[in-house]
Design a protein around this ligand. Structure first.
Ligand code: NAD
Length: 499
């Protein structure tokens, strides 16, 4: 069986802790590799290398750093098929989805090519007599990121591309469930010209994360994953004096107004609810039709669309709608929540519990489920399911619908489907959620805007990518300088003033 490595100091390095985790092929349920789980010594070793390498890299001018990013974009495009295949084999998502994963990371790398412009400082000429004032953005030093399983290419790139473009070294601790693509990305970035030691990948679990959190040299930590872990990392990282940003879980509501185009809304819900088996932090997991008539029409349109979904392995071709979930434990958790929904009185109108894929009986496939008449006290409403399960909560009015989304503890994304500009505008203004779609079900901002939720979906101030990333990965220094002038007003030189 393949034994994966760390990527430390520009080399593939075998794990020395003696601890490993299994990496599955979720479509077959087979263990396809084992990944080493780093000890705190291995983290310290990577930090030492990063620290030395960063001194040189931080002094490289931003334009040259940007050229490395330019070349990296070319290499990502060159290796797109290989990256997507590796990603699908470990994650389970379809090949088009895997390419999307790489593509949305690549777009942030493209944004980082603007580093010379984005890192420019500010200057006030003549802030006082003979006084000038200027600010510069300086790299933090050694930075680190801890990433989730569901976007193993995109989220690492969202972190390391701006960190490195700003002149930092970066240590990535990817998800132990799909660690191969992050290792490939580190190799590609070095092929693009990045010096050894600037991007290192250290695989691991809680032990490695805790070593990162407690390391005195690491200046900042980016985290994306579930909310309980986000909260833990934010607390421990901050109390250790680090700059920390953590992005957590979600429960994204889509409100369907009576005037919405029902076919468009149903298509959007199927794509946003079941795409990537619901394993997206921007997936829609709650549909909120306004009025019983809207709800009846919507459910009638949803059922045949959901029943037609093609579930299968990524190898079965591009017409597969979604693949398996990531692990057997994830499957059990999803089915456990479905059971609780039935027990707590929700109506299971599409029942995927007995889904079985011939030839892939050991794979982690989960059939599509649709619940109607879900109420806010049920576990399937309160908890993030992270699977192909859509809950419908019927609201009697627009006010009740917006109130539901506002009262939920998560605040990552949301959407409203309507033809009414007034309702859409009111929704966009009042909602206490970070990313809002108007007739757009998954409103993921593009690379040059920023990405981030509100409420329990985020801990920290700045968002991911866009201009915020360049703030997160730099410190501002402001210099006030005074040069006593020998030049008199009007231009005549006053040598006395120079004494
Ligand atoms: P997870 O929280 O289980 O793991 C994320 C990372 O934390 C991994 O690298 C993992 O090794 C590490 N980790 C896990 N347990 C830990 C512990 N006890 N102590 C320290 N580190 C630990 O999340 P996941 O299952 O990989 O990803 C799915 C979650 O991520 C979902 O909740 C999803 O909503 C969220 N997510 C959020 C965003 C966002 O931008 N808000 C984006 C993608 C995913």
């Amino acid at each position: 069986m393949e034994e994966l490595t760390h990527y430390i100091g520009g080399e593939h390095v075998k794990g020395s802790s003696g601890r490993f985790a299994d990496v599955f092929n979720p479509a077959t349920g087979e263990v396809q590799a084992k990944v080493p789980l780093a000890s705190s010594d291995e983290i310290s070793q990577a930090v030492e290398i990063a620290s030395k390498a960063q001194i040189v890299w931080g002094a490289v001018n931003p334009q040259r750093r940007a050229r490395v990013m330019m070349k990296f974009v070319d290499l990502l495009n060159r290796d797109m098929d290989k990256l997507a295949e590796t990603l699908s084999r470990e994650h389970g998502k379809t090949i088009p989805d895997a390419k999307g994963d790489v593509q949305r990371g690549l777009e942030v790398v493209e944004y980082c090519i603007g580093a010379p412009q984005l890192l420019k400082g500010e200057y006030t000429d003549g802030a006082g007599p003979g006084i000038d004032m200027y600010s510069m953005r300086q790299a933090l030093g050694v930075t680190a990121g801890i990433t989730p399983f569901n976007f193993p290419a995109m989220i690492p790139m969202w972190m390391f591309a701006p960190a490195i473009a700003c002149g930092n070294a970066f240590i990535l601790k990817p998800s132990e469930r799909d660690p191969s693509v992050p290792l490939m990305l580190a190799e590609l970035l070095e092929e693009a010209g990045l010096p050894k030691g600037i991007l290192q990948v250290v695989n691991g679990d809680k032990q490695a994360v805790d070593a990162i959190l407690d390391n005195q040299v690491i200046q900042s930590i980016g985290f994306v994953g579930s909310t309980p872990i986000a909260e833990y990392i934010y607390g421990r990282g901050c109390s250790n004096g680090k700059r920390v940003q953590c992005f957590g879980g979600a429960k994204n509501h889509m409100i369907i107004m009576p005037d919405a185009d029902m076919d468009q809304a149903a298509d959007a819900l199927v794509g946003a609810g079941y795409g990537a088996a619901g394993e997206r932090c921007m997936a829609i997991s709650v549909a909120v039709p306004v009025g019983d008539e809207t709800a009846d029409k919507l459910i009638e349109k949803l059922i045949p669309r959901i029943e037609k979904l093609k579930v299968g392995p990524y190898t079965a071709g591009d017409d597969i709608d979604y693949g398996p979930v990531v692990t057997a434990a994830a499957k059990q958790n999803i089915l456990g929540l479905v059971k609780s929904g039935v027990e707590q009185g929700a109506e299971l109108v599409v029942d995927g519990r007995n889904f079985n894929l011939q030839g892939y009986e050991d794979g982690f496939f989960v059939g599509a489920h649709l619940f109607d008449r879900v109420t806010p006290d049920m576990d399937i409403y309160k908890m993030e399911i992270f699977g192909p399960v859509l809950s419908t909560v019927r609201a009697a009015s627009y006010e009740e619908a917006i109130g539901l989304a506002m009262d939920h503890e998560y605040g990552n994304g949301t959407a409203i489907f309507t033809r009414d500009g007034d309702a859409a505008r009111d929704f966009a203004h009042r909602i206490n959620i970070g990313m809002v779609g108007i007739n757009v079900p998954i409103p993921v901002p593009l690379a040059y805007h920023t990405f981030g939720g509100w409420k329990k979906s985020v801990f920290g101030d700045l968002n991911q990518h866009g201009p915020d990333a360049f703030k997160f990965y730099t410190r501002t220094k402001t210099i006030t300088s005074r040069w006593p002038s020998g030049i008199k007003e009007g231009g005549e030189f006053n040598f006395k003033a120079m004494d």
